[in-house]
Design a protein around this ligand. Structure first.
Ligand SMILES: O=C[C@H](O)[C@H](O)[C@H](O)COP(=O)(O)O
Length: 232
């Protein structure tokens, strides 16, 4: 049985998701995010498509693509669309003030970043637990790495000062992303961490494909609250 707390979180996610999906206009090219909040967005988009909304969409993960197809959302790809009007996605952490994000705990950060970068606007839908004062205060930072020589990449990340651990599945194997890479979870220093400089350092590390810091990319954040929604 689900707890009152998880029911409240689910309701908050749904409220944010419904508001976010309502921002899509007829004729738009839309990026569909990944994770549990994005799944609610996709459900709502599917409902609107069934009612006649005409859009083309690109998904940020195999799971979101599958759900969108089941709901008969017209899906496209970057061979046919070079620009998206709006992407709606979730986040693991949203830093108050800067709207900097940590993303990727669902393992989808690389495609999410590619889709967000191709998008005119990035709308993030979250429940209130995702708001933080300091990035990394609740979640680690997922960093996507090439499997070959990942041991050496983890060592380089540790040498940079990040406590780093390879993400494993429940059956003890390395977690593999949709792009066939591994994920390393890095602990962000909680004092004096410069997200922009840190992001550049991570990006410049051999073996790193991408990291889950989304900086200066967010247009708006919608937070589902018990009494309604709040938009930042
Ligand atoms: O890789 C996963 C994504 O970045 C998700 O958007 C993020 O983990 C948030 O997921 P959820 O809405 O399930 O909390």
């Amino acid at each position: 049985m689900s707890s009152p707390e998880s029911n409240a979180t689910d309701a908050a996610k749904r409220r944010a998701a419904v508001w976010a999906a309502a921002q899509i206009e007829d004729g738009m090219a839309v990026g569909l995010g990944s994770g549990s909040t994005s799944a609610l967005v996709i459900e709502e988009v599917g409902r609107r498509v069934a009612e006649g909304l005409r859009i083309k969409a690109i998904a940020t993960s195999e799971a979101s693509q599958k759900l969108a197809l089941e709901l008969k959302i017209p899906m496209s790809d970057f061979a046919h669309l070079t620009h998206l009007d709006l992407t709606i996605d979730g986040a693991d952490e949203v830093q108050e003030g800067t709207l900097y994000l940590i993303k990727g705990h669902g393992g989808a950060l690389l495609r999410e970043k590619i889709v967000a970068m191709a998008s005119g606007r990035l709308l993030i839908a979250v429940d209130p637990r995702k708001l933080v004062k300091t990035l990394g205060s609740v979640f680690t930072l997922p960093v996507e790495v090439v499997p070959f020589g990942f041991e050496t990449t983890v060592k380089r990340l540790r040498d940079l000062g990040f406590e780093s651990e390879l993400r494993m599945t429940d059956d003890g194997k390395p977690y593999v992303t949709d792009g066939q890479h591994y994920i390393v979870h890095c602990k962000l220093p909680q004092v004096g961490f410069d997200a922009v400089a840190g992001g550049e350092e991570l990006k410049g590390t051999v073996g790193v494909v991408e990291h889950g810091l989304f900086l200066g990319m967010t247009s708006k954040v919608v937070i589902g609250r018990p009494e309604g929604i709040e938009v930042l």
